[in-house]
Design a protein around this ligand. Structure first.
Ligand SMILES: *Cc1c(COP(=O)(O)O)cnc(C)c1O
Length: 396
């Protein structure tokens, strides 16, 4: 096995395909290498790693006044969303859930499991929830205490208007919680520019770590008031935080190797130039990939204004020879794992722009897609008329 240099964008080791998916994603060799050591969770070295990680994440969120704290939580991102809602929403609170895709709907489902009150604005597959509708919903229902919004709705790739949502939420005296799972680290969510009480993200998205935990960045004064809210012992963010403050340790076994990998990922994130540089690389990945795919005749679900630099949804071509499962396997054989789409109306697929990849790799993705079309004998990637009609519903 050859050792690749740590900062390259070369192919993953041992012929692994690139993961053009929104996490788990392609990670750097050095990130994987950081896991080749065992750590004692109670030991001072690991406690220092946890502290350093949390300190860096709070800085990444733009907190210069030490008003925010970071609390890591074991599990995948959804565990952390559940922990967030269970901890920050009082048992007699009520949440306005803003959904335009699978993750918004999952937040609503989580509220249903929690047995706490919520109302849902469901915009369908991708239409963005706008400030005026949020305002109207809040005005109509004084019982609503919190709003939860999805920053980048990964199921379509849309970047939702968080600033607009934050402004109307606080103008009406309510509190905002944000699922920034697939955006944090690449798209600014600065606590001093966009007001919110707490946001959640995870190790395996834009910071380019491996899966195993997530983290909540919360206004300290708000978190302090959340004691006793949680329905769940293991998902109680307040209790996890109190224990961290008291002992420097996570409650219950932390994913030590994953944390070590994440710290290496944070080092690479800083070295690249932080959130801005990470976002710029992903934006370039998207621009190169989308331009190339459009040249092949593929069309994006979203108009440019709504495209995130995280993941892009394309309509499947209308051509009768196009079969997504065949396209998927052919792409995989060329070293690229793409992602099925989640639209209910027309067939689609997604291509992620995040992970240890740059524009040169995205050019190869486009080349591979072109070759796959040829191999499938599809001479045009143009989508069906229904797809174009669907897209016309979305304002520019
Ligand atoms: C990835 C993601 C999650 C969490 O999904 P898991 O599969 O539980 O990690 C939640 N919300 C958004 C917007 C995501 O992209």
């Amino acid at each position: 096995m050859s050792m690749v240099q740590t900062d390259s964008f070369a192919d993953p080791e041992m012929g692994e395909p690139f993961l053009l998916t929104p996490g788990p994603l392609t990670t750097a060799f050095s990130v994987k290498q950081a896991m080749l050591r065992d750590w004692g969770s109670w030991d001072g070295d690991f406690r220092a790693m946890t502290k350093s990680m949390c300190d860096q994440l709070v800085v990444m969120a733009g907190d210069t006044r030490s008003e925010f704290v970071c609390v890591p939580m074991q599990g995948s991102g959804s565990y952390c969303v559940e922990a967030l809602l269970g901890t920050f929403v009082p048992r007699d609170g009520k949440v306005l859930v803003l959904a335009n895709g699978a993750y918004g709907l999952r937040a609503a489902e989580t509220m249903r499991y929690l047995g706490r009150a919520f109302t849902l604005i469901d915009k369908g597959d991708y239409m963005p929830p706008r400030g005026d509708e949020v305002a109207a919903a809040l005005d109509a229902d004084p019982a609503i205490t919190h709003v939860i919004a999805i920053h980048c709705e990964t199921s379509s790739g849309i970047l939702n208007p968080i600033d607009e949502i934050s402004q109307v939420t606080y103008a009406r005296g309510r509190k905002l919680l944000v699922d920034s799972m697939s955006a944090f680290g690449a798209i600014e969510l600065d606590v001093e520019k966009t007001r919110y009480e707490a946001m959640v993200s995870s190790a395996n998205k834009c910071i380019e770590g491996v899966p195993g935990f997530g983290f909540v960045i919360a206004r300290k004064s708000e978190l302090e008031s959340c004691k006793g809210n949680s329905h769940s012992l293991s998902l109680d963010i307040h209790a996890q935080w109190a224990n961290l403050v008291k002992t420097g340790q996570w409650r219950y076994t932390p994913p030590t190797h994953v944390v070590a990998a994440f710290i290496e990922a944070l080092r690479m994130h800083a070295r690249e130039g932080g959130v801005e540089a990470r976002g710029a690389r992903y934006t370039r990945n998207r621009d190169v990939m989308v331009a190339g795919m459009r040249e092949l005749g593929f069309e994006t679900l979203l108009k440019d204004r709504w495209l995130s630099p995280i993941i892009v949804t394309f309509f499947c071509p209308a051509h009768r020879n196009f079969v997504f499962s065949t396209f998927y396997e052919l792409m995989k054989a060329k070293g690229f794992i793409i992602y099925p789409g989640k639209l209910t109306v027309v067939e689609s697929f997604r291509v992620g722009c995040i992970g240890r990849m740059d524009e040169h790799i995205m050019r190869r993705v486009v080349e591979a897609a072109g070759e796959c079309l040829e191999e499938m004998d599809v001479d045009t990637a143009a989508p069906p008329a229904e797809a174009i009609a669907e897209r016309a519903k979305l304002a520019a």
